[in-house]
Design a protein around this ligand. Structure first.
Ligand code: SF4
Length: 375
């Protein structure tokens, strides 16, 4: 089984109104201190042999905005990962990027470093909508960034889109999908907007400056995306993710296929050998722990066999292909789990075909509630 490495870069130039990720506004001195702490964390995990001698098959830079770091800084991290953990031949190296933080020259440098997948947070191709969510960028900047990435040598390009944005209509969502397709990405992630606590959007909603996303409209937008993207040749391989054949995100597949991964950086989550653990969500505390030679772990839980099976089922159900019940250890499943599967199947949320259990169309719509019933 492959293992993956995730690196959380906790910096952005500004904070988007809907975003609840752990991050700080980028500053050169803070970035340097973070890089030093990350260097220590990599060395600590190397000495602890956290991967049990395996080399990661994927490296994913997420955030935050990894491209607030310079190409040289990212290059140095990749080089350190190669030296300390090794990377498998043909490893997928993904970089999340904000369109305003890249240049063609910088992207060329990153391709030479070995980055072979780039994921742009486009969110919308409608200028008005971008302003309403505090995105200081433009659809033009996204188009230009994609062109530069392709010219630099990236052949695997993702765009993140959000539906249910303030002021967004079905017409503008369809226009965003159309504009995104014109850019010929190999992968598209379409997420329903959710209002997270302690975000500027939540405050705006309480004040009445924005209106709540309309659930029915969001459902219709999801259906429209599925229709248009599959018609354009994309495969919906996960609830929110579409790819050209052969371009599914290998790193994210590890999350959904019960794979092991190590997360580095503040707030990064890990799952190794049945143990879930997460780093502290605080840059200063993260740095302090590493200065003392300690792992910056905030929480840790060893899962029982029953918990592992149930989690593997819940994550696996997000995939269109569903879950192989045999591989999941159907025989040893607890009776409560079997009963929940039976009830959800009777209610039309799940279906079992040729030894695989999958969400039905109804189940996809209520995937979170299905997950709660199974955990
Ligand atoms: S650029 Fe991405 S990570 Fe940064 S604030 Fe916006 S949504 Fe969040």
């Amino acid at each position: 089984m492959s293992v993956g490495l995730y690196i959380h870069v906790p910096f952005c130039r500004t904070r988007c109104h809907f975003c609840a990720f752990y991050l700080q506004i980028h500053r050169h001195d803070k970035a340097l201190a973070y890089l030093e702490a990350l260097r220590r964390e990599i060395h600590l995990h190397t000495s602890l042999n956290s991967f049990g001698g395996q080399c990661p098959s994927t490296l994913y830079f997420g955030g935050g905005t990894p491209t607030t770091l310079s190409p040289d800084q990212l290059d140095a991290i990749v080089a350190r990962v190669r030296t300390c953990f090794g990377l498998q031949e043909g490893a997928e190296i993904t970089l999340e990027a904000h369109p305003d933080t890249v240049t063609e020259e910088g992207l060329r440098h990153l391709v030479q470093t070995g980055c072979n997948r780039i994921s742009f947070g486009a969110q919308s191709m409608d200028e008005e909508e971008l302003i309403k969510i505090g995105r200081r960028t433009s659809a033009k900047a996204t188009s230009r960034a994609v062109e530069w990435a392709r010219a630099a040598g990236f052949s695997n390009i993702n765009l993140d889109l959000i539906y249910g944005l303030p002021g967004q209509t079905m017409e503008s969502w369809i226009a965003t999908l159309g504009d995104a397709l014109i850019l010929e990405p190999t992968h598209l992630s379409c997420y329903a907007l959710t209002v997270e606590e302690d975000t500027r959007l939540a405050v705006d909603l309480r004040r009445g400056d924005r209106t709540e996303p309309d659930a029915l409209l969001q459902n219709a937008m999801e259906d429209e995306a599925a229709l248009r993207l599959t018609k354009a040749g994309f495969q919906r391989y996960e609830i929110s993710n579409y790819c050209r054949p052969g371009y599914a995100c290998r790193h994210n597949l590890l999350y959904w296929q019960d794979g092991d991964y190590l997360g580095l950086g503040p707030s990064a989550q890990s799952y190794l050998d049945g143990v879930r653990f997460g780093n502290v969500e605080d840059l200063a505390a993260y740095q302090k722990a590493l200065e003392k030679g300690q792992l910056p772990t905030g929480e840790e839980e060893k899962l029982s066999l029953r918990q592992r099976q149930r989690e593997a089922l819940v994550f696996g159900l997000r995939l269109t292909e569903g879950v192989d019940l045999q591989a999941l250890g159907k025989q040893s499943q607890d009776s409560g789990g079997k009963e929940a599967l039976y009830c959800l199947t009777q209610q039309g949320f799940l279906e079992e075909r040729s030894g695989r259990i999958k969400l039905t169309a109804l189940g996809r719509r209520y995937a979170d509630s299905v997950a709660v019933s199974l955990l």
